[in-house]
Design a protein around this ligand. Structure first.
Ligand SMILES: [Cu+2]
Length: 593
């Protein structure tokens, strides 16, 4: 861990958590006090919170958002029963007074973006209806970033499995799960549901799906960013985290879904204005002149499990939980849906004072709530994403306000807090352990790069590539053949480099990986991840890189699926590749379509 001591606090800190806690805590306190200007604005005594209230906005009739300064409500929960969670859900849209286009999922019972709670082995049946308006405008079609072969919409119940691309098509992706890459489960490239059409998802949650926090969102290539930024995201929880980390048994749990949304283009006069953030649809922005922080209302001085999903499209969060101006160590027990206990490093949690969450990443950690009248915040520290990167300033997400009697649901506007089960079941984690001790069947080298076609024109579009070394950089096309072929039952080592002047976020569907090296140096990352940030290249010297061990051992994961940058603007512009996983030992031509 000697290198960890040299690492700057804000870069790669996720790998150095223990060193950070031991070595950096005094320095981190000082830094946080310098870097957190908003904390200085907090009053010594936190104000009592008002319940979550609706804003006076017509778009709220379709896609509800809460008023500034509201108590952060829990997302509505939908639990599976007898092995099945079945729901009907529409994708809706509305434009607010500022001109921002909202998107949201609404169930037939009126719940917005519910948390879907399932157990391993459950069936998740979603009767999905794309309620977006049909559009045929040539201008809007021209907005599509990716050239696509025009297809007429097919008919019949499986038409969506080979759907035509167009404005306002959509689909569902179950981010981070080991759900099979099949149409009707978790296939996202060719499964496209037309506006006005319905499609049934019959998702089989694997019996060995690790317990933790996943999420669902639209993944129509070319227009994903718009729908995700509009707010169409929700949490998916696989129950049983207490079985992997018994220390969490019985704890109160809170789910926080953080989203971002850019200002309407008419308001953007400066690239250094970051997208607005929200937490469970309560604004968490600091750009508004009348900014009032969102309020997380808690019982005082108790341990809680916070399950935080960064479902923003572009924003890198560098989370801290700060009490009286001091960053608190939090006990991370799962990353990206996988318990730390599954990482094969002999630990079931890790203590961090900074939790880096690129877009799409999740962390589940135990905090101790503040005492009554103690100022506390969930905070995102400044993150330098590079000279061409998005601006991720230091900013509060929410104030944490403790008050007696919150948890029993007697506080107006605050629902009773859920608790993890207090009993723990023995479990098998065999499929996911020991990744580090295996022999990879292949070594691959990939790199992120980008090109501004016309250097004389600062407004010219950037071209984004994610390239397998040896192949020619090309934007991803939905009709292309997979550019990587492998077999189920294997593990592979991929070195992914960033040759661009901004951070890119490596993400792969259907499986997790373990980070073995950062910039060529071994790390002892206990987590299994589906997201990793690769810092920007400074323009000289070696390219920043990670070496990850990709886990293709799951026999359920056979088929074609994608890997891409999870800054969705980049993905939409083609920073994506496709992999074909063949059955074990099968010959490659056998399955080529
Ligand atoms: Cu990117």
């Amino acid at each position: 861990m000697a290198f960890a001591v040299k690492a700057p606090v804000v870069r790669n800190c996720v790998f150095f958590s223990i060193a950070l806690t031991v070595v950096f805590l005094p320095a981190a306190e000082a830094q946080a006090q310098r870097a957190n200007p908003q904390q200085a604005k907090m009053s010594a005594l936190p104000k009592l919170a008002s319940p979550a209230t609706q804003s006076s906005e017509p778009a709220d009739q379709t896609c509800l958002r809460y008023a500034d300064g509201s108590v952060v409500p829990a997302p509505p929960d939908l639990d599976s029963h007898n092995g099945v969670l079945e729901l009907t859900m529409k994708l809706e849209t509305a434009t607010d007074r500022r001109g921002r286009v909202r998107f949201c999922y609404v169930t037939d019972t009126g719940l917005e973006s519910p948390t879907l709670r399932v157990h391993p082995g459950d069936r998740l049946i979603i009767h999905f209806h794309n309620d977006l308006p049909p559009t045929t405008s040539d201008d809007e079609m021209a907005e599509l970033k990716i050239a696509l072969a025009a297809k007429k919409p097919a008919l019949g119940p499986t038409a969506a499995c080979n759907g035509a691309m167009g404005i306002n098509v959509s689909n569902l992706h179950f981010h981070g799960t080991n759900v099979a890459p099949l149409c009707g489960q978790d296939e996202t490239i060719h499964t496209l549901v037309q506006p006005g059409q319905s499609f049934d998802y019959h998702v089989r949650i694997p019996a060995n799906e690790p317990p933790g926090l996943y999420w669902y969102h639209p993944h129509p290539h070319g227009i994903s960013e718009e729908q995700v930024q509009g707010g169409a995201t929700g949490a998916l929880i696989v129950e049983g985290l207490e079985d992997a980390e018994p220390a969490a048994a019985g704890l109160p749990e809170r789910t926080f879904v953080i989203r971002d949304q850019s200002a309407p283009s008419s308001e953007i006069t400066d690239k250094r204005i970051p997208p607005d953030l929200s937490i469970n649809y309560v604004p968490a922005t600091v750009t508004s002149p009348n900014y009032m922080p969102a309020i997380i209302q808690t019982n005082p001085a108790q341990q809680e499990l916070w399950r935080v999903a960064n479902t923003s499209a572009e924003t890198i969060l560098n989370l801290q939980y700060v009490v009286k101006g001091i960053p608190q160590p939090v006990q991370v027990i799962a990353i990206d849906g996988y318990p730390i206990a599954y990482g094969g490093r002999g630990q079931s949690s890790e203590t961090q004072t900074s939790v880096l969450l690129g877009p799409g990443a999740r962390a589940e950690f135990v905090v101790k709530t503040p005492n009554v009248a103690e100022p506390a915040q969930l905070f995102s520290q400044y993150w330098n994403a590079g000279p061409r990167g998005d601006y991720d300033p230091a900013r509060p997400i929410a104030d944490v306000v403790s008050q007696d009697g919150v948890e029993n649901g007697t506080t107006p506007g605050v629902s009773a807090t859920r608790h993890l089960p207090s009993s723990v079941k023995p479990q098998s984690i065999a499929p996911f352990t020991s990744l580090a001790g295996l022999t990879p069947s292949a070594q691959r080298h990939l790199y992120f790069s980008e090109v501004a076609p016309n250097l004389a024109d600062p407004n010219s579009p950037t071209t984004y590539y994610l390239t397998l070394e040896g192949q020619t950089p090309a934007i991803f096309r939905m009709d292309q053949k997979p550019n990587i072929v492998t077999h189920a039952g294997t593990v592979e080592d991929w070195v992914v480099e960033n040759r661009a002047p901004q951070d890119h976020i490596f993400h792969v569907h259907q499986l997790h990986f373990q980070v073995l090296e950062v910039d060529g140096k071994p790390v002892n990352d206990p987590a299994l991840r589906d997201i990793v940030d690769i810092p920007f290249w400074i323009g000289s010297g070696p390219y920043p890189s990670v070496k990850v061990r990709m886990d293709f051992r799951d026999p359920n994961i056979v088929g074609d699926f994608v890997y891409h940058c999870h800054i969705l603007d980049h993905e939409d512009h083609g920073m994506m590749g496709e992999i074909r996983v063949l059955p074990p030992q099968s010959k490659e031509p056998h399955l080529i379509r």
